[in-house]
Ligand binder design. Sequence first.
Ligand code: BGC
Length: 388
Amino acid sequence: MELNRRTVIAGAAAAGIAATTLGGTAEAASGSSSGKGRKPVKELFGKLADGTKVYRWSLENGGTRLKVLSYGGIVQTLEIPDRRGRYENVVLGFDNIDDYVAKSPYFGALIGRYGNRIGKGQFTLDGKKYQLSVNDGVNHLHGGAKGFDKHVWDVEPFTKGSDVGLHLHYTSVDGEMGYPGTLKAKVTYTLNRRGEWRIDYEATTDKATVVNLTSHVYWNLAGEGSGTIEDHELYIAAHRYTPTDSGLIPTGELATVAGTPFDFRHAKAIGRDIRAGHPQQVQAKGFDHNWVLDKGITPRPEHVATLAEPRSGRTLKIATDQPGLQFYSGNFLDGTLTGTGGRTYRQGDALCLETQHFPDSPNHANFPSTVLRPGQTYRTSTVHSFDA
Ligand code: BGC
């Protein structure tokens, strides 16, 4: 893999392909000649209505380029080469802060305190009932009306050995969005010399609470705004998924994928079965489900999914320690949003692969627990590897 990446980068340099956004050459994109990544660069991106400044950080290492906003920890752009060394931004986003504030469906954002849905925004913990912010019909979605995606995070850049990255900090006060406990969250984005993007999440609390952090990147490996992802081939290492009710809340059942459109145990084009008419798909307008990863919770990230775009050759591999993966096929993109490249996003123009605990876990005793208690540290990691 490493050899392959280096070959691609060397090829790009030989072809004289220059970095479009950071002004360097493709060679420079692999970090300095000593193999060390360069220090992240900060610039002003915009201001919120109350005058708060939002910064954008540019990182590159091992042939991967990342732009991250202090608002929501949003990955605004992520550029990787195709098999001929041509770079493309492969994630959906906006070119200005106002659109992120006004209408983003969580493009590239950090999600907390709880990724995906909690039924009716209610749960009981240690005998006490909690009512969370309800922002998706009668349900709680992605942390509520003002989740982690809508806060400005403190960002601290670092270089460590050949790695470059950002530490992002946000403290969510007791009672925010209805959750108990002051939750101190720290997320670290690292780009290593192989161009892998790793996310390490950490959180502590001063009262028993629930937590489930994730990242909401919308992928299109052919390039942001280039059309449908139906040709992308997807593999998910899961023989079960969690079916939902009409509000996309899990019923509690762990259903087999065998003989259904939900079977991605062998890589297949996303478009192949997306119109198969399975009641679960009709209800969700496509794929919008949690896959129960066969490996379960693991001490370290393990490979669970591969996404490949045949024309460009770009491939994304995801490794995680988490028990679940939400595959969302961009069903609610409806042609009303125009992204970074000036093109309009329509249904199925990108997909999300969110590593997570199962949705609505606080209301399902048979799902792995998402409870965090004082004295414990919530820790989870996900690694994105790229190839072409
Ligand atoms: C959810 C979708 C939701 C989307 C928000 C996904 O993680 O599974 O149901 O509409 O986020 O854009």
